[in-house]
Design a protein. Structure first.
Length: 127
């Protein structure tokens, strides 16, 4: 990414590798590794996600469980660990509703907190 002087952000470059594999009819394994030179995003991450499809009866719905570790490039910051669970309902061919929760252990940007919780709700409409 080029630098953005208006936002006081430096340029940055990095690499992301993503792989996924269907396992049977209702299970998908997903892994992602990301690395940047640290000027902007300041992290290296590893994510592993597993997602059984159609768990609640509708084969178009999606349930996911994920774990990740983020290693800050800045020394002295803790490695952040995240566990996430979510469920996405396919409402129509072009709309989805998702709820999720994350547990963040040793948050890098909150050194006085041991754990944080993040809850999310998302509605997506594709047009």
């Amino acid at each position: 990414m080029d630098d953005r002087p208006q936002l006081n952000l430096p340029s940055d470059e990095g690499l992301s590798i993503i792989g996924d594999q269907d396992i049977g009819d209702r299970f998908l394994a997903f892994a992602r590794y990301g690395h940047s030179n640290g000027d902007l995003t300041n992290i290296k991450t590893w994510t592993d996600r597993r997602r059984p499809e159609g768990m609640l009866g509708n084969e178009d719905d999606l349930t996911g469980v994920a774990g990740s570790i983020a290693e800050p490039a800045t020394s002295g910051l803790r490695n952040e660990k995240v566990v996430e669970i979510f469920h996405r309902w396919q409402l129509t061919a072009r709309s989805q509703f998702t709820v999720g929760a994350q547990l963040i252990v040793d948050p890098s940007n909150a050194p006085t907190d041991d754990t944080l919780g993040v809850f999310s709700v998302r509605f997506r409409f594709d047009f």
